[in-house]
Every structure is written in structure tokens, then in C-alpha cells.
Design a protein around this ligand. Sequence first.
Ligand SMILES: [Zn+2]
Length: 465
Amino acid sequence: MWKLVLPLLSSLFVAALNGQSPGPITSPAPDERFKTDILLVVAHPDDDTLVASYLAKAAYDEHRRVAVVYGTRGDAGGNRAGNEQADALGAVREIEARRALASLNIVNVWFLEGRDTAGQDVLQSLERWGHGRALEQTVRLIRLTRPEIVLTWLPRVVAGENHGDHQAAGVIATEAFDLAADPAVFPEQVALPRNRTSINNLTEGLQPWQPKKLYYFSDAYDTSFMDTFGPRYALTEVSPSQGTSYAVLAVREATHYTSQLGFPELRDALARGDEKAVVALLTGGGEPLLPSPLRLLLAKSHVEAKATADIFDGIRPDPIVAADQPRPAATPAPGVSLTLGDPWAFYERFWRAHHIDHLARLGPSAIAINPGTVLRVPMLLHNETSEAKEIRVRPSSIPEGWSERSGSGVYAVGARAVAAADVLLQSPAQENRALTEISYAADSGGQPIGSLTLRVQLHRGGLPQ
Ligand SMILES: [Zn+2]
């Protein structure tokens, strides 16, 4: 290596000795090997399979440059291929992801150090990932890859897998989307190196970068709530360059995830070359293996573009400078009030801060839990008055078969204070995929102060809440 490096230094030295002018010293442009059209930010090796049908179109047929950031190595997943678990499984899954993406000609792939956290609570995932470190790394990778578009998981509670890590990837990607253009953020990343051809440079030499558009996709069981908020891509569309459907190309990509992919019938159909069977297995049944069509949601755009148009609508090659300044938190409602607590309370603030308020208009809150398990409904009791209050929490509608374990009662809330009132409800043992409404109300001093409703689906195989 030194043999390659030394000639550059010594040629300058020789030129100086000979009295020749070495010419103006130029600062190199950003490294084109990393320039990216789409940066995918996800949580686990195999999350890419959910959008692989679109990535195949972008990579094979539109020749887009795609790069991927994984928040974790998927170290808490199971393993269908062998005994390897925990960090060993993470090592396995990293290579599976690199092979899967290489099959789509995607090789610029990075892994952060988040720990795979199997649950539905985004706040627990952010804690386990090391939120600040993961954000710093994601901002760095946006500045390095200079994506036109960032594509990531929907940061919202949904009835579905609703993986907390998926939401964490969406939260961090959204924060990084808004921060990467600001040179005051992680300034050591954008400070020029003291002497770039020499050693021991401790600043990074990147440039601020503003991606133009931010899109989300979701692991909800039913993604139709995203209709009208973004484009749809049909899995049955045939790739002109590959001569087969994007569904088949997505399954081909997914087969690299040997440790994760079940569904032997899908592999068999692929091996037989039975494309019709592949498409039927992927998209058929009440809950298809992949959302069909694939729906994306346009979270924000700094160029003029129609929400439902193709994701490259309005994208021009010139860099832009537009950047959103985070908005301050909303003023709390006056008086005494009742709201859902974390993670719903977090998302209310997050969407506002990042100018993605339309996520609040995607329909009422819903969540899925395993039948027979306990549902936690976190509530917050706010008292903005100057004196202590007593607030009574009570159910206004609990469906048949459900019973409250704890939570109802009278809470003392100090002046200008917030108290948590967690309601725990035992769910019926029977699966029920219809959304059931659970409502609570609160009053203080004989006056109603608010109510809230959560829609719940009892679905086997889900993650703990
Ligand atoms: Zn995942």
C-alpha cells in the first residue's frame, strides 16, 4: 500500500526540488463511486425484500444507483439455516444481505451498530440502537452518498408487524434527511482535512447534502391507508430487461436470506420456473406475503412533484439547498386533558417537528397484538392549571371478551404536571382480524376532559407490544 502512496508524495517533493511549480492545488470533488439516486434506510437484513420489487425496477430497468443502510445486523432474529444466533447470526445475516443486494447490482451497503430489538415500541428500539450515534452515522452516509431520494420505513404505529426497529429506521432517516444539509450539525464531518494525502486527519471532508424527497413504506397488514399519499408499484409488472415480473425478481433476491425465508413452496415455484405460482403465492390470500401493490408514501419533497407520481417525478440533477428547520413543540392544551402516551405522544411531536403532519391524517390509531396477551394503553393526564387536580379515568367502551386488569381510577396530578395512567387489558384468546375499538374517557371536578379510542386487531404471530 505504501508503495502506491509514496510516489504521489515524492513526485511533489521532486518537483519542488527541481524548482518546478507543482501547479494549483485542487480540492477533489465528492467521490462519484458513492453517488446515489436512492438511499434505502432500513432496520434488518431482509427488510429490503419488502421493496425489492421496486428496487429491481429501479436498478435493472432505470439504472438507478441504489445504496442501503441497515440499522442492525438482525442479531435477534431466528435462524432457519443453522444454529448460529446472536452476534454469530448477525454475521450470517450481514453476508446474506450483501449477497441479496449484489443480485440487484447494489454493492454500497453499510451496517450501523443498533441491536435488533424484537418489539413494537419505537422508543425502546431507539434506546437500544444508541439513537445519537445511529443518527450521526446516517447523516454521514447521506453526505457521502448524496441521495436524490431517501426511502425508509413509515414512522407510525400500525396494525401489522409494526416492528419498533423498522419505525426507528424511519425516525432516524427522517431526522438525518432534515439535518444532513446543515453544516452546523456534526461539523467535524464537513470540516476539510488538514492534509488529505497524509495520515491522521481527524475531520472528514464531506459536504452538506440535502436529499430532494423522502418516501416511506409500511409493514402494516393492510397498506391501503397509504393510497393517495404516494405512488403504487404493481408486482405483476414485467421487467423489460429481465423478461419476468418484478414479483419474481423480488423472490429471487429474497432467496439469499436462507436464515430467514420460510415458504418452501415459494422457493419450489421459483426453482420450477413457475412464475404464475410465484405471483399467486406472493400476492394471493387474505394477507399477501408482500404488499400488492407496493405502496409508498411521499413524506416530504423539496422539489415540485405530485404525491402519487413516480418517485423520480420532479427530480433534476442539480443540488438543492432547501432545508426544513425543526419546528418547536406545540403548546400544551390549556386546562386538564387526556392523550395517548408513548409512542403515540412521541409521534405527534415528531411529525410536527419534521413537517410531516399529514401522517396524522392516515386514519385512527390501530395496533395488533397476539390473542390472549395483555394490551397496554399508555395514557397521559395533563394538568396545565396552577393547582393540583384529581382526574378520574374510566372505560367508555370495552368490547366483549376483553377485561381490564388495571388502570381505571382517580389520579392526583400536580399543578403544571403530567402523569402516566397505563391501562392494561386482557384480550380474548380467539384470533380476530377485524379492528375492535377500545375507548376510555376522563373527567375532573365532574367535567369531562377528554376521551380516546384505540383500534385493536388480534393477530397470531405478532411481536410483543
Ligand atoms: Zn425487519
